[in-house]
Design a protein around this ligand. Structure first.
Ligand code: AMP
Ligand code: GLY
Length: 447
């Protein structure tokens, strides 16, 4: 990489300085903004819409990271902003703008943007598309069927004795999956999605998968349409309560690496899942340049894909970016330019743990506007970073503004130490009604 150095060898900036626009406003985007702001190449960073934590970050040249009050799905305003400010690179965090085709729109207008185009984003935006693709390309997945009518769906669910996952085809704020264990439950689930239209148009078609037992892990695969980089393993905790009880959430905490796949097993999974996926994309002319995040169940019959996401996981991103050594701008650029095969990505040896602090009541209804105290205290050690998700800055105070409020993330030389650091930091932070799981990463520490 090309650096400009003065006579005394001091840093003068890297060739290829750039202004970056990041789209999104959750915990994932705070982590992306934090890591992007550490790049010597980034001289200006806007985040649309950002959150209360993003606005506390600074780029290496001392510029405050700027929140722009434009929603992540407001494509026309985002394009207008890009035309005015001319970012050299735009990075997309969430699934919705990808599904709406923000990448195609920005590219058509001459802007360089990182993320899958609309066709490629279908891997997340349509579960029917994904499931049919997996079947076509022999990617290991659950026994499944895709349906446009409830009667045929119910017949298939009955064949599975009702033990199944009923999934709305489209994006449903991460809530479109209903897990069933009896025929009665499966019929109710099918009716609620297809007849009562619980998720609106997202449920016009559905996928039914057999219910799989096993350990769930998150894979992350950065792909440039020709080659890919496999990230280390991570595990999320989707249920709201300790012991994997309670309702499904966006994710209550993560850690990396997860001990359930060693390096050889991870490579074997890549061979079984990622290779046929990439070959399938090539064969069908799908140009996937972005992050593929397969949710994987490690079953007694081997690993099986539950679903594909076409973005970074949240809160997986928080633990990955604490561990990533490589410059994130370099990585995004190599992905856009199809140079990933040349990249040597470096990770810290340390483990990372992220504990989500949520609003009381989440994922059901909850109150907002609670004043949050103790974040500075929690961050006194270098190994801890508090990523904001649902927060806003009001009159100089950080307040809660969403379901998942903070992702308290820590590094440690062992997973146990990272976990202790993370919970130590959590215990310094206070807001009314705060809800956490106390067992993040606990499964990995059981002998
Ligand atoms: P998805 O959005 O498809 O990942 O589903 C959300 C969650 O539901 C997953 O993280 C799993 O915990 C669970 N799930 C999805 N599909 C299945 C399945 N076929 N068997 C068991 N659990 C599943
Ligand atoms: N970690 C859950 C998700 O990002 O969908």
């Amino acid at each position: 990489m090309d650096y400009r150095r003065g006579d005394q060898g001091e840093w003068k900036g890297k060739i290829g300085l750039m202004k970056v626009l990041l789209i999104g406003g959750g915990g994932r985007e705070h982590a992306l903004a934090w890591k992007l702001s550490q790049s010597e190449r980034v001289t200006k960073l806007w985040v649309a819409p950002g959150n209360g934590g993003v606005s506390g970050e600074f780029t290496r040249n001392g510029e405050p990271v700027e929140c722009v009050p434009i929603g992540a799905e407001d494509l026309s305003l985002l394009l207008k902003f890009a035309r005015e400010q001319k970012p050299d690179l735009t990075v997309v965090g969430p699934d919705n703008p990808l599904a709406l085709g923000i990448v195609d729109l920005f590219e058509e207008n001459g802007f360089r943007i990182w993320g899958p185009n609309k066709e490629a984003a279908q891997f997340e935006a349509s579960k029917v598309f994904s499931q049919d693709f997996m079947v076509r390309h022999k990617i290991p997945t659950a026994r499944s069927g895709t349906f446009d009518f409830p009667t045929a769906a119910k017949t298939f669910a009955a064949e599975l004795d009702g033990k199944c996952a009923v999934k709305a085809d489209g994006l449903a704020l991460g809530k479109g999956v209903l897990l069933c264990s009896t025929i009665e439950e499966s019929e109710k689930a099918i009716d609620s999605i297809m007849v009562d239209e619980q998720f609106g148009e997202a449920g016009t078609s559905i996928v039914i998968q057999e219910f799989l037992e096993g350990v769930e892990v998150s894979l992350h695969v950065l792909a440039d349409g020709r080659s890919y980089i496999l990230f280390p393993t991570a595990q999320d905790h989707k249920r709201a309560l300790d012991g994997d009880e309670g309702l499904n959430t966006g994710g209550m905490g993560t850690y990396s690496p997860a001990p359930f796949l060693n390096e050889d097993e991870l490579k074997a999974v890549a061979c079984a899942v990622v290779e046929p996926w990439l070959q399938g994309c090539l064969a069908e002319g799908i140009d996937f340049r972005g992050m593929l995040y397969p949710g994987l169940m490690l079953t007694d019959d081997g690993p099986k894909v539950l679903e594909f996401n076409a973005r970074w996981g949240d809160p997986e991103t928080q633990v990955y970016l604490m561990r990533l050594e490589t410059d994130l701008v370099d990585l995004f650029e190599a992905c856009i330019d199809r140079r990933l095969a040349e990249m040597d990505v470096q990770w810290k040896e340390e483990a990372a743990v992220c504990v989500v602090m949520a609003s009381g009541g989440y994922p059901g209804s909850y109150e907002k506007g609670k004043v949050i105290e103790g974040i500075e205290d929690a961050e006194l050690t270098e190994e801890v970073k508090v990523f904001h998700a649902g927060t806003s800055l009001e009159d100089g105070e950080i307040q809660s503004s969403g379901g998942r409020v903070l992702g308290v993330t820590a590094l440690g030389s062992t997973l146990e130490k990272a976990r202790n650091q993370a919970y130590g930091a959590v215990d310094k932070i206070r807001f009314e009604g705060a809800h956490i799981r106390r067992d993040i990463a606990a499964k990995a520490l059981v002998d």
